[in-house]
Design a binder for this molecule. Sequence first.
Ligand code: F1P
Length: 339
Amino acid sequence: MSITEKEVMKEPDSIQEIYQLKKEILSSLGNVDFSKYEEIIFVGCGSSYHLAKAAERFFVRVLKKPSKAIVGSEVLYSSDAVLIEGRKYLSFVLSRSGESTETVKAAEVLKKKYNSDIIGVSCEKNSSLLKLSDLKVHIPLDEEAIVMTGSFSATLMILNILALEASGKDSGIVKEVVENAQDILEQAKELFEDLKLTDYNNYVFLGFGEYYGIAKESSLKLQEMTISHTEAFPTLDYRHGPKSLVDERCLIVMNLTKEGYEEEMKLVKELEGYGGTVVTVGEKTGSKYHISLGYEMPFDGIDSFIRVLPIHIMGLKLAELKGVDVDKPRNLSKVVIID
Ligand code: F1P
């Protein structure tokens, strides 16, 4: 079994362990007063940027605070297009390794040029990022694989818990999601065993709000793990052009929401009508190929972190079928260091 597969299979346990440690992990942020900031920034690269995207949306939803995800290199090379000097920012800087050059440098720019308070979030306690951060959130999860798997889910879960608690909401609801992780993994194993994944040559991921960051991460994961062509869109925007590529060789994974369910299910039928195969992930029933999440959230977004699990299984299965070594993703390294 590959390192990546081992880590994917233990994701339910990893997420559970991190959930149990949530108080300690978030202890350094006890006195953060979000009301004193004008905007919350989430910075990351690659998967960590997609994590930032999902967190951004949830902080807006729950904290009612202007929030924005920015990719590390944009802070460095087009900061005037994304940041305003003089604005009071709180910046969450996200990096599994805590060493991605663009992310670490972005934290320095946010600190020096924008006088932002920096909350560093990383799996590496002694990383460059955490060393320069004003407040540190260490996710105690050692991940050997090059592609981010459990670290993505665990970190996003912690940020969602933070947002819920900072807004005075009960984060206990997250426990229900965590308790369903193993079942979701089993459903995904069965579903992606049944589907002939190599019958497709275009893999599309769709999601609204927090789930758009999940769709983007799903798209990246499949690229990294299987060297396949993938795309990601806000769900209904898929109608505005990209659906022209739908045919029998197109597999679409759609994250269903509470708010958009009726329209999303109409789109499922439309895409199936073009010959596409649609896998749905959601709380209620969905398409013929459906991963049921086994819980009922009060509102969308809380469970964003768990919705990458099925894609990790999809990536392992497709890589196996294509003979791709997921532990050695082409052209990739675990950390992107720019000299
Ligand atoms: C960011 C990242 C990963 C990507 C690859 C290279 O790493 O771009 O998202 O999958 O592993 O590094 P980090 O800043 O989160 O450590």
